[in-house]
Design a protein around this ligand. Structure first.
Ligand SMILES: Cc1cc2nc3c(=O)[nH]c(=O)nc-3n(C[C@H](O)[C@H](O)[C@H](O)COP(=O)(O)OP(=O)(O)OC[C@H]3O[C@@H](n4cnc5c(N)ncnc54)[C@H](O)[C@@H]3O)c2cc1C
Length: 393
């Protein structure tokens, strides 16, 4: 029998960070992980360079049924605190864009830092361990039956992550624990995920696979100004990943393919200044040639601009400045970076992450109904919520 102060389920970003903090307080901590290695998602994150936080962390950059919930943890353990830790370990990093901080070298640097801190704090990590049963023994302890034997602990922290990338160890275990203890779980869906197109659009745009362009992508709730990328199945790129978290099935998106230019004005101006220019040559100043060839019918693209009426130019401008596209769906958890929904924040304390009605039980990280934007926001939530629980668990 393993007699412990704290058992943390999941050796991902949130679980390891919570373990460090609890261990530093002198608590006897074990992290149980069912995969053969800790921190697999950290290793694959940020294209292998871990976008570990963002200079502009703000509660408005998180989705949740309770948008206030994330505020306390994000305020108490901030991006500046994590940057300080990264600096202390001498890990070189840089800002890529929009405040996003990436390692100069491999993501492994961040995982090694967490493991070194775990080691220093006396944390044990038990890999390849499956939990078969969790029982609340009395008011002060939980018992876990596992493939490695029995564990008894005072505090149990669920840090099992969401459902994205099942091949990396993702499982619904955290939601199951919530259900076992009568805690509401909001329906989950894939977030930060490429969108697929209906067959007719897919056939039309397939040849553009690999083409990316500067864009402003909007729906009724929000807009994102970043690149959009055509893929074999549909649309991706940072602007699409961002809006995917806010997209509802059946909804159309507006994509402005030339967000700095009012094309209606420019085309009308070109008509008066360069009447003999072909439409496609005018447009090529603003858009990739391959894109023009697909979105503007050839018989129109090859017309001299003077031959096009103002009404026709308005329509052409509209198809570029306000392309209305109705995605078919998302690529799902297979490629999603995060899982939206999850353990209801209203069941937890926003200060400690402890379940209000089950003393000693905590939920942290992605399993909780808090989902960040693309750009380091999700790791910051993992650090901040892990830190918050680690102060008391
Ligand atoms: C491809 C990809 C790239 C990403 N890049 C970034 C990025 O650059 N920046 C950013 O901020 N976010 C990024 N994210 C999101 C980020 O990885 C997650 O938000 C973050 O890892 C969540 O941390 P977590 O600890 O809550 O969950 P996880 O990191 O998923 O950890 C959960 C752990 O629990 C374990 N587990 C699950 N079930 C059980 C069980 N039954 N028993 C024991 N253990 C279990 C899992 O194996 C896993 O190790 C990326 C995600 C993906 C998929």
């Amino acid at each position: 029998m393993n007699n412990l102060d704290v058992v943390i389920i999941g050796a991902g970003a949130a679980g390891l960070f919570c373990a460090i903090e609890a261990g530093k307080r002198g608590r006897k901590v074990v992290v149980i992980e069912h995969a053969n290695k800790p921190g697999k998602k950290i290793l694959m994150s940020g294209g292998g360079r871990c976008n570990f936080t963002n200079y502009h962390i703000h509660p408005d950059c998180y989705l949740s049924h309770n948008p206030h919930f994330c505020k306390s943890a994000l305020k108490r353990y901030t991006q500046w605190d994590f940057i300080e830790l990264v600096n202390k370990h001498g890990i070189p990093f840089h800002e890529k864009t929009l405040g996003q901080l990436f390692c100069d070298e491999k993501s492994k640097a961040i995982l090694n830092m967490l493991l070194a801190e775990c080691n220093k704090a006396g944390v044990e990590i038990h890999l390849e361990t499956e939990i078969t049963k969790i029982t609340k023994v009395d008011n002060n302890s939980f018992q876990l039956s596992t493939t490695r034997g029995e564990y008894i602990c005072e505090s149990l922290v669920a840090a099992c992550g969401g459902l994205s990338i099942p091949t990396m160890g993702a499982s619904p275990f955290g939601y199951k624990i919530a259900e076992q203890f009568g805690i509401n779980v909001w329906p989950t869906r894939a977030g930060l995920v490429p969108l697929t197109l209906h067959d007719h659009d897919k056939a039309r745009f397939e040849e553009l696979s690999g083409v990316s362009f500067n864009s402003l992508v909007s729906n009724e709730k929000i807009n994102f100004r970043e690149n959009t990328l055509f893929t074999h199945r549909g649309l991706s790129g940072p602007a699409i990943l961002q809006i995917s978290s806010y997209w509802q099935a059946g909804e159309a998106l507006s994509i402005n393919m030339s967000p700095d230019i009012n094309l209606e004005t420019e085309l009308k101006l070109a008509k008066s200044q360069y009447p003999t220019k072909l439409l496609k040559n005018v447009l090529s100043e603003y858009l990739p040639k391959r894109l023009i060839e697909v979105i503007i019918a050839r018989e129109i693209a090859d017309i001299r601009i003077t031959e096009l009426s103002h009404q026709a130019l308005e329509k052409i401008a509209d198809s570029i400045n306000d392309w209305q596209v109705k995605p078919n769906g998302t690529e799902g958890y297979r490629t999603a970076e995060v899982t939206l929904g999850g353990v209801d924040c209203n069941a937890l304390s926003s200060v400690t992450m402890q379940v209000n009605d089950v003393p000693g039980l905590y939920f942290i990280g992605e399993v909780v109904d808090v989902t960040g934007w693309l750009g380091g926001y999700n790791f910051q939530w993992a650090w901040s919520s892990g830190w918050a629980a680690g102060q008391v668990a």
